[in-house]
Write a protein that binds this ligand. Structure first.
Ligand code: FE
Ligand code: FE
Ligand code: ZN
Length: 282
């Protein structure tokens, strides 16, 4: 079965997100752990979390893919901003334990002219300071489009961070289809080759989740403008190959397309209809 969901607003709490997900045919979802622009996180309501966990079990939800605030930059040139990011990250990882065993996805960071090597070292340092041996959360580094000085525009850049991490068994990668396409990986014509390269450089066992987005721009544009499924340069046919690929089909797919809830419900139904059975037809 295809595991799919979309980005949901967390303002009404966990149970509300769970019910919303179920209503639109999703069995996973994404949410910001705090205001996406950063800042103070809302207090976690233990009762709400408990109600959500019970509800999620009845709905057979798979792992959730929480998203760190996108302003959190682990490789800012300013030390006080890195310290602030580290505090935010450590706090988020503690809060993630209320819903054990899920994914916490983050943008590695923008090196703002310091260079990839310095930036990667700073990212790894902050992650090593924040992750802890007993955490049940897997931290996912997201593949980036490579706009500005973003780190993570290539599989090698992500691997360059991963190899400096101490708790490697708690680290994975989230592949964003819009971002890799914008980063220059031709998943329309060469999906097999792209995945083979991922496997060679990072290892497919690290690939834990997919952000399923179309892109407004051509391959290699380094722009990062998401489009609705089938309305961009990647297209429905190629995205259908992504959800059905044997190496990917069991992963949670998260839509981050420009949509309201009705639009997400429509895309989920469309992709479910395009899912191929894993058993050959008799
Ligand atoms: Fe993201
Ligand atoms: Fe994404
Ligand atoms: Zn994006």
């Amino acid at each position: 079965m295809l595991h799919i969901g979309c980005h949901l607003s967390s303002t009404k709490g966990y149970l509300a997100m769970g019910k919303e997900a179920a209503r639109i045919g999703a069995d996973t979802f994404a949410f910001f752990t705090r205001n996406p622009r950063g800042g103070k996180a809302k207090e976690i309501d233990a009762q709400d979390v408990q109600a959500f966990l019970e509800f999620a079990a009845t709905q057979h939800f798979v792992k959730l893919v929480a998203h760190a605030p996108y302003t959190m930059n682990l490789c800012s040139a300013k030390e006080n901003i890195r310290t602030f990011a580290q505090e935010m990250l450590a706090d988020d990882l503690q809060r993630m334990e209320y819903t054990p065993g899920n994914f916490y996805n983050l943008h590695p960071g923008s090196h703002v002219g310091q260079g990839v090597s310095t930036g990667s070292k700073q990212i790894a340092t902050v992650l090593n300071q924040s992750m802890f041996p007993t955490q049940t959360t897997t931290v996912l580094l997201e593949t980036m489009a490579g706009k500005g000085t973003e780190i993570g525009r290539s599989f090698a850049e992500l691997q360059g961070i991963i190899e400096q991490l101490e708790l490697k068994d708690k680290v994975g990668v989230c592949l964003d289809t819009c971002h890799v396409w914008d980063g220059g990986y031709d998943i329309v014509n060469n999906l097999e080759a792209v995945l083979a390269e991922f496997d060679r450089i990072i290892g497919l066992d690290r690939l834990k989740a997919i952000h399923l987005n179309d892109s407004q721009n051509p391959c290699g544009a380094h722009k990062d403008r998401h489009a609705r499924i089938g309305e961009g340069c990647i297209g429905l046919e190629a995205l259908t190959r992504v959800i059905n690929h044997p190496a990917l089909r069991e992963l949670p797919f998260i839509l981050e397309t420009p949509n309201d809830l009705a639009g997400y419900a429509w895309e989920i139904a469309l992709l479910r209809a395009n899912q191929q059975s894993s058993f050959p037809a008799i």
